[in-house]
Design a protein. Structure first.
Length: 250
C-alpha cells in the first residue's frame, strides 16, 4: 500500500479573512513501513490535509491516491484500506465502546469470524476493559480518545492517518500509542502522523514535512533537515526552515 498526495489545494471562506488557502499545493508520499510526519502549529493545514486523505473533504485541485484508488472517485475503496483518526472523531453517546467497535468492524467489512478476537485485542492493548461496556457518554476525555483510536483501526487497515492522536491521553497511554505506531512500521503499514509535538515527530517519523500556512516548507529525514537547516533540534529546524522560505518570498 502506498499513499500519494499530488499537488492538493483547498480553499475556504470566512467573514474575517475572506477567501484563504487552508492547503496550498501540498505533495508528499508514504510508503509501506514508513511513518510520514506532518509537523506544524495549529492552523497550519495538517487537519485539512488529513481530512482530504480520509475522504471527508475533496481537494479543489490535485488528487490523492491510496493503493491506486482516488479518494474522490473511489472513496469506499479508500475507506476500507484506511484507518483515519480525526481530532474530533465522534462517538455514539448511548453505545458502549464494545458496541461501537463491533459496529465499525462490520461497517468496514472486517471478517465476521474475527471481529470478537480483534476487539478483545484492542480492548487489552488500550487498557479499556474496565470501561468497555460503559456508555460513551460517561467516559473521560482520555478514555474517549482511546475508543476513537480503537474505532479507527478496528478493521486492521494497511494505511493509517492519525491527526494529533496523543491529544487527551496520559503518559502511559501515549507510550502504548507510540509502541503501536512502531509496530505498524514492522508490519509494513503506511502511517501519516500529524503532530505539533517536536519530540513525538523526532521519535516516530522516518520523514517529516514541515507545514505552515497551508504549504510544505521542507520535507526529508531528520538528518536531511538538520543538514539543510544547519540546526540540530527539530524546534530550531522548524523555525529556520520557515524563516528561510519567508525570506525567499520577500
Amino acid at each position: 500500500m502506498t499513499l500519494q498526495v499530488n499537488n492538493i489545494s483547498k480553499t475556504f471562506y470566512d467573514k474575517k479573512r475572506g477567501e484563504f488557502a487552508a492547503v496550498d499545493n501540498v505533495s508528499f508520499s508514504c510508503a509501506p513501513g514508513e511513518v510520514m510526519g506532518l509537523l506544524g502549529p495549529n492552523g497550519a493545514g495538517k487537519t485539512t490535509t488529513l481530512r482530504m486523505i480520509g475522504t471527508l473533504l475533496s481537494p479543489d485541485s490535485g488528487n490523492i491516491l491510496l493503493d491506486g484508488f482516488d479518494t474522490v472517485l473511489a472513496p469506499e475503496a479508500v475507506r476500507t484500506r484506511l484507518g483515519f483518526l480525526s481530532t474530533d472523531t465522534g462517538l455514539y453517546e448511548k453505545l458502549t465502546p464494545r458496541e461501537i467497535l463491533v459496529y465499525f468492524a462490520k461497517l468496514s467489512k472486517y471478517p465476521a469470524d474475527k471481529i470478537e478476537s480483534r476487539i478483545e485485542e484492542l480492548i487489552s492493548f488500550l487498557d479499556i476493559r474496565q470501561y468497555a461496556d460503559v456508555r460513551c457518554e460517561k467516559l473521560s476525555t482520555g478514555m474517549r480518545q482511546k475508543v476513537s483510536f480503537a474505532r479507527s483501526i478496528v478493521h486492521d487497515p494497511p494505511t493509517m492517518a492519525f491527526d494529533e492522536p496523543a491529544n487527551g491521553l496520559d503518559v502511559i497511554a501515549i507510550r502504548a500509542l507510540h509502541q503501536f505506531i512502531k509496530s505498524c512500521k514492522e508490519q509494513r503499514k503506511c502511517v501519516v502522523l500529524s503532530t505539533h509535538v517536536m519530540s513525538e515527530a523526532e521519535k516516530l517519523c522516518d520523514r517529516i514535512a514541515i507545514i505552515h500556512k497551508g504549504r510544505i516548507f521542507a520535507i526529508g529525514t531528520l538528518e536531511e533537515l538538520r543538514a539543510k537547516s544547519g540546526e540540530h533540534y527539530l524546534e530550531e529546524i522548524f523555525f529556520a526552515m520557515v524563516q528561510e522560505k519567508v525570506d525567499e518570498l520577500l
